[in-house]
Design a protein around this ligand. Structure first.
Ligand code: A2H
Length: 274
């Protein structure tokens, strides 16, 4: 790894009204109501990604079921971001007023915690994901999330990320596993992999290609999964060609900074360093 901070892009996935009548969504329903009553601009799950150009391929978002999250009011944008407390601190450049339990940052102004959640209380939520081809996607469990990295929220692009593909496939193929987390088939079955980047020799959904080539069936295939990630990440960025969106036909390495800047300018994303 290089020296200096890692730049992530936080993608703003808008939390929509829960549509499955699940008891565990009581807190988020209350929060959405308060946000509406107070005229704030909305509640967003904010996954941290290194690959903003892949957002066309989103099929869902992941949280850690027993991870601890907070909903933080962002003064400067008048919105609430759901992320780990650690990320809220990071976003505020570690400026924290303990006496008043508020965070400060030059870019965002005051960051104020309105609610806390266990990941489980965020599972099965409908979301509007920017650039996704699906009108709405759902929050699903990912057990390999580290709460010590990024925001503790990961957006899922199964076409290009082997972790995301394996996790989504497990939820589709193992109904007991999905049921354990209250995930119903309509939250996973309609969400086919969306091809977004073509790589010579790997087709237009490289993560699917490599996972099948190496015979990866679960997260237990650790060594193979590591190999799959090495192959796809490097190739995708260096030789991949976009096959979707306004930069279709352009190299991934050229499209990435353009898409990133446009998403930030449009208020769909924010930079985050740690
Ligand atoms: B990437 P790095 Cl398509 N725990 O986004 C586990 N994984 C996390 C995480 C956390 N707390 N926070 C972010 N990530 C994932 C897209 C993507 C990503 C694609 C291809 C490669 C890729 C869609 N998921 O990452 O260890 C996020 O997944 C390649 C490493 O901080 C984020 O970018 O370097 C990436 O890992 C950050 O990993």
């Amino acid at each position: 790894e290089g020296v200096g901070p890692q730049e992530y892009v936080l993608i703003k996935l808008r939390v929509l009204t829960p549509d499955h009548g699940q008891d565990r969504h009581g807190k988020i329903e209350k929060l959405l109501k308060r946000v509406e009553d107070e005229g704030k601009k909305g509640v967003f799950l904010v996954p941290a990604t290194l690959r903003p150009e892949t957002m066309y391929g989103q099929t869902n978002c992941f949280v850690l079921p027993d991870g601890e999250y907070g909903a933080y009011y962002i003064d400067a944008t008048d919105e609430l971001f759901i992320m780990s407390e650690r990320a809220a601190r990071g976003l505020s450049c570690q400026a924290y007023d303990a006496a008043n339990d508020v965070y400060f940052t030059k870019e965002f102004g005051k960051i104020d915690k309105w609610e806390t959640f266990l990941g489980d209380e965020l599972l099965g939520l409908p979301l509007k994901a920017p650039h996704a081809t699906y009108e709405k996607v759902y929050t699903l469990p990912l057990l390999t999330i580290s709460m010590g990295k990024g925001t503790g929220v990961v957006t899922s692009v199964p076409s290009d990320a082997p972790d995301d593909y394996v996790a989504l496939k497990a939820l589709r193929d193992k109904p007991d596993f999905a049921a354990k987390y209250g995930i119903t088939s309509d939250m996973v079955d309609p969400f086919e992999v969306v091809p977004i980047i073509s790589i010579e020799g790997y087709g237009d959904a490289s993560a699917v290609f490599v996972c099948e080539k190496l015979g990866i069936t679960s997260f237990n295939d650790k060594a193979k999964l590591a190999q799959a990630k090495d192959e796809t990440y490097l190739k995708g960025f260096t030789t991949g060609i976009m096959t979707i969106g306004p930069y279709s036909g352009r190299k991934v390495s050229e499209a990435k900074p353009l898409i990133k800047d446009e998403m930030i300018a449009a208020g769909l994303a924010h930079l985050y360093f740690e």
